[in-house]
Design a protein around this ligand. Structure first.
Ligand SMILES: Cc1cc2nc3c(=O)[nH]c(=O)nc-3n(C[C@H](O)[C@H](O)[C@H](O)COP(=O)(O)OP(=O)(O)OC[C@H]3O[C@@H](n4cnc5c(N)ncnc54)[C@H](O)[C@@H]3O)c2cc1C
Length: 268
């Protein structure tokens, strides 16, 4: 099996409550400071291993109230490992109204510091949870006002990365056909080869194979996300996908209708 990219979550190597405390800039006890040093060391060890094996690695995005800490760790890893090759990617959730600007600001940091920026752009998986928490705690929602705004920033991030492809390597993580079509068109319009090493499409295992297979067949770089880990730890991930499959209007039924159409075609 060819594994083009790997991925991990910071909450897989560090305690959520600790990350939350750091994000809120609360003072840490000596034990907590030592605990975070261990998290950082684990993160660096994983990235160093990826570097030595020459397999790029992505860091997933999570809830906003721990994301600043994740972003800082990810940038630190890029400073260390992305100097002469594209190795570490951070994830930018475009359902957040501030993330397109953050991605551009990180690009400036990368340019000034002299490393390649690794970007995985996604729309974001915790929308209901984010909105609920903001409402309950009385702060402005970090989420875009509507789906169209998330789509607009997502597609703009593709344009921005294509325009800066020498300095940014990116993974377009989506099941959205329109975004995939836009990226494919952008590559053609800019005479960028389908298999340019700075561009990947990625879908989750069990979702949108119609996109993965057709893109791959047209020689684009495509990665399929395969979750693994202890059942208890991966169940929340699988529940999010199940919710998504029911909340994403039309996607599941569209995939089903495509499968039925294909079955009929093969029978005939
Ligand atoms: C390879 C890959 C890696 C991923 N990694 C991560 C990750 O690290 N972190 C993470 O959070 N998610 C991750 N996801 C999940 C991703 O964020 C989306 O939840 C999922 O892909 C659905 O979005 P879409 O672009 O595929 O499809 P679409 O159907 O086009 O978009 C659905 C998404 O749009 C947004 N949206 C829907 N309604 C509204 C609304 N009313 N207002 C504003 N926005 C709205 C939500 O983000 C929703 O999930 C990943 C997905 C893929 C394919």
């Amino acid at each position: 099996m060819r594994i083009p990219i790997t991925v991990f979550k910071i909450t897989g190597i560090g305690r959520f409550a600790l990350l939350e405390k750091l994000d809120a800039k609360q003072e840490l006890s000596a034990a907590e400071t030592a605990e975070f040093e261990k998290v950082r060391a684990r993160c660096e060890k994983i990235c160093r291993r990826a570097y030595d094996k020459n397999v790029p690695i992505m860091i997933d995005a999570e809830e906003t109230w721990i994301q600043k800490t994740i972003d800082e760790l990810a940038l630190d890893m890029m400073r260390l490992f992305n100097r002469e090759k594209l190795l570490v990617y951070n994830t930018y959730q475009m359902y957040r109204h501030d993330k397109l600007a953050d991605m551009k600001a990180d690009h400036m940091i990368a340019k000034e510091t002299g490393f390649i920026l690794g970007v995985k752009m996604v729309r974001g998986a915790y929308m209901e949870k984010e909105r609920k928490r903001a409402l309950e705690m009385g702060y402005p929602s970090p989420i875009q006002p509507d789906k169209a705004a998330s789509d607009a920033d997502y597609n703009e991030s593709l344009r921005y990365c294509v325009a800066n492809i020498k300095e940014i390597g990116f993974v377009c993580g989506t099941h959205n056909e329109e975004s995939c079509r836009i990226l494919a068109q952008l590559l053609d319009d800019n005479s960028i080869s389908h298999d340019h090493p700075h561009v990947y499409f990625a879908q989750l295992l069990g979702m949108s194979d119609n996109l993965s297979f057709n893109l791959s067949d047209s020689n684009y770089n495509v990665a399929k996300y395969v979750p693994y880990g202890p059942v208890k730890a991966v169940l929340p991930y699988l529940f999010r996908r199940a919710q998504e499959n029911t909340s994403v209007a039309g996607q599941t039924s569209r995939e089903l209708s495509l499968i039925e159409k294909e079955k009929k075609r093969r029978k005939s």
